[in-house]
Design a protein around this ligand. Structure first.
Ligand code: ATP
Ligand code: SKM
Ligand code: MG
Length: 159
């Protein structure tokens, strides 16, 4: 969460002339609610169900697009399989301090419960191996979105 997936996806899509899909935005449109409203009114298990449905809908059978997932989309084995089967999976990481500085004033991340200083280190500990399955891993802590997009373009061109 807060490692720059949505930001980098926009830069990358523009650079490649590909379309960009943000899974959180897809869920908000499909549900007619914001992400915090979905969590508050329907609960996290429901959110995870619609997240898997959105991932399947937006990835399968498509090419030439960048998909930014939510930070927790990797937690389900089913989701990891959908991602690996449908493209190059890039995990953007960052250290706790960097993530806290990026998300602490953002009210749209319900899992932070309004306390990023406490919640971010806890989430990182719980998820410390959750991103190991990705094809590529990029630490974004000291990089601009443009530098990260450059690294991903280079990797795509090498494939
Ligand atoms: N490389 C970067 N350097 C500095 N700030 C950044 C960078 N990437 C993103 N940000 C900022 O950090 C915040 C979080 O970025 P973003 O929303 O792209 O993260 P995300 O990975 O999509 O988060 P989520 O998992 O919640 O969807 C935004 O305010 C964004 O402007
Ligand atoms: O890290 C997470 O589990 C989340 C990240 C966001 O992108 C949203 O998908 C939601 O707030 C959950
Ligand atoms: Mg995002």
């Amino acid at each position: 969460m807060g490692t720059g997936k949505s930001t980098v996806a926009s830069v990358l899509a523009e650079r490649l002339g590909w379309s960009k899909i943000d899974l959180d935005t897809c869920i908000e449109e499909a549900e007619g609610k914001t992400i915090p409203e979905v969590f508050a009114e329907k609960g996290e298990p429901y959110f995870r169900e619609v997240e898997t449905a959105a991932l399947r809908r937006e990835l399968e059978g498509r090419t030439g697009q960048i998909v930014a997932t939510g930070g927790g989309a990797v937690l389900a084995e089913e989701n990891r399989a959908i991602m690996l089967d449908n493209g190059l999976v890039v995990a953007l990481t960052a250290d706790a301090e960097t993530i806290i500085s990026r998300v602490k004033d953002d009210p749209n991340r319900p899992l932070l419960r309004g306390n990023a200083e406490k919640s971010v280190p806890e989430l990182l500990e719980r998820r410390k191996h959750a991103y190991d399955f990705a094809h590529v891993r990029i630490d974004t802590s000291d990089k601009t979105a443009e530098q990260i997009a450059d690294a991903i373009v280079a990797r795509l061109q090498a494939d």
